[in-house]
Design a protein around this ligand. Structure first.
Ligand code: NAP
Ligand code: COA
Length: 266
């Protein structure tokens, strides 16, 4: 069934959309009727992704660490489609490494892409936004709130995104610009989970800890991005919204219960 054209006539800019969750979101924005511009580092990957998104989608090669390149891509979006209604900042990098196995540049690279990159995208977008009315959405992660082994760079960067989201919501709310973040749980068929849970055993362990006992779908993240861009979310601002099957609520594998088992009578 065709998706309702809830974003007809709107313009969406999606950063980090050559693959994965953000490409999934860009496709759904397009299906909902929006003009869509997507950016990522790789010229080839972003051109192929723009074709996948569909007719009229513009793909631009730009690195979120390069403020001038991001500003130029937003300017081009504005020239093509007018005031920008939706900005989604989702570019990220991740690798699994202990802090002692990470150089200063390794740590900085992830903070630069995730946190500074998000600041660059959101800050540079402001002058091109529909004001009032625009919806800005960052993609964060559970690592922002839960310390994770071998993820010091990601935990620090995503925690920064959460606080940046709230600070910008305070500053830009009066201009009619809402700033929120989506915190996906483990999502199927993504580079993120290929890196974090590369074996069947690791995947099974992640699923066993999730109350829903499964990975989420890219479409389930896109559903939240569509909601945050809709009039139904007009009073949602400064929110960090988990779409994680409850993994943020705790570990549902039974390990915690085992700690109490001697005293527990069913
Ligand atoms: P992905 O497919 O690797 O997506 C990352 C995207 O960012 C790619 O399109 C990549 O394209 C782009 N990118 C990387 N560095 C960039 C830079 N410096 N400038 C511009 N674009 C850049 O990974 P994913 O797993 O779908 O993750 C997408 C988002 O969801 C990330 O923010 C991630 O932290 C978050 N997340 C994912 C999960 C999960 O389960 N996968 C869970 C929680 C949160 P190029 O290589 O072409 O630049
Ligand atoms: N363990 C330890 N350090 C690592 C590493 C690893 N697995 N992978 C990269 N690094 C270090 C590099 O050694 C380098 O540090 P150095 O200069 O001191 O040697 C630093 O990180 C930067 O690496 P580089 O390859 O130059 O960075 P890049 O900007 O080309 O790529 C990455 C960024 C490293 C995050 C890369 O993995 C990437 O492009 N990721 C995008 C896709 C992705 O991560 N998707 C999942 C999103 S959740």
């Amino acid at each position: 069934m065709a998706q309702e054209q809830t974003l007809a006539g709107k313009t969406a800019y999606v950063a980090g959309a050559s693959s994965g969750i953000n490409l999934g979101i860009a496709k759904r924005f397009k299906a909902a009727g929006a003009n869509v511009v997507i950016i990522s580092r790789s010229e080839d990957k972003i051109a192929a992704a723009a074709k996948e998104v569909g007719d009229g989608c513009i793909g631009i090669a730009a690195d979120v660490r390069d403020y001038a390149a991001i500003e130029a891509s937003l300017k081009r979006t504005h020239e093509a489609f007018g005031d920008i209604d939706i900005v989604l900042s989702g570019a990220a990098g991740n690798f699994v490494a202990p802090a002692l196995g990470m150089s200063a540049n390794g740590f900085k690279t992830v903070v630069d892409i995730d946190l500074i990159g998000t600041f660059n995208v959101l800050r540079a977008s402001f002058e091109f936004l529909r004001r009032p009315g625009a919806s800005l959405i960052s993609i964060t992660a559970g690592q922002a709130e839960r310390a994770s082994l071998y993820q010091a760079h990601v935990c620090a960067a995503k925690a920064g995104i959460n606080m940046l989201t709230k600070c910008l919501a305070l500053e830009w709310g009066p201009a009619g610009v809402r700033v929120n973040a989506i915190s996906p749980g483990p999502i199927a068929e993504t580079e993120g989970m290929a890196r974090l849970a590369p074996t069947d055993e690791a995947e099974a362990r992640v699923k066993s800890r999730n109350p829903m006992r499964r990975y989420g779908l890219k479409d389930e993240i896109a559903d939240m991005a569509i909601f945050l861009s809709s009039p139904q979310a007009a009073y949602v601002n400064g929110a960090i919204i988990p779409v994680d099957g409850g993994s943020g609520a705790g570990d549902a594998s039974g390990n915690a219960l085992m700690n109490y088992a001697p005293a527990y009578q069913a």
